[in-house]
Design a protein. Sequence first.
Length: 214
Amino acid sequence: MNVLVVKANNRPSSEGISSKMYETAIAALKDKDVNVTTYDVYEEDTPYFGQDLFNAFGKVQNEQELTDVESRLLAAKQKAMDAITAADVVVFAFPLWNLTIPAKLQTFIDYVYAAGFSFKYDAEGNLIPLLTDKKAVILNARGGVYSTPEAAPMEMAVNYMRNVLGGIFGMEIVEEVIIEGHNAMPHKAEEIVANGLEEVKAAAERLAELTIEA
């Protein structure tokens, strides 16, 4: 089994809970019979998605010379897609920042959110997911409490990832661990985080037992 872990928090684990979740998952998978690769969105060269990329597409079609940023964008996009292609399971470890995902994680999603790669349209215009052979794991940390009916509509990190990974890409989300409320309830923070990390460990161990169809 090939497991890709997308790490989307550059805070040290002493401060960033989703960084701790990443480290816990890696440690739990270390001695298992799986191949684990990390794609750190903060360590990779990931120029932001925008007009430079569209310019690059046009230049490639017309066999024109690319600028440095255009070359970097095409290389980064291809590397992200290659990483997804090689994976049987993709684990996303990320925080909720300002109600959504980190911009660097959004850039990674933008790279692989591509017609012909992660989805396509049929003759009637219906969207067809193309990554249905892959499984996904969501590991998220958020300092506030967003699981209540009142706050849930405000949460645009896990909800976004569910919609993209499961709805657009067609991945099967096999595990989801959310640690929340440690900032809102500091008197319970240690317990909340400890229990959450145990859930991460258990999820990683279950992941190692998955059967992947060839």
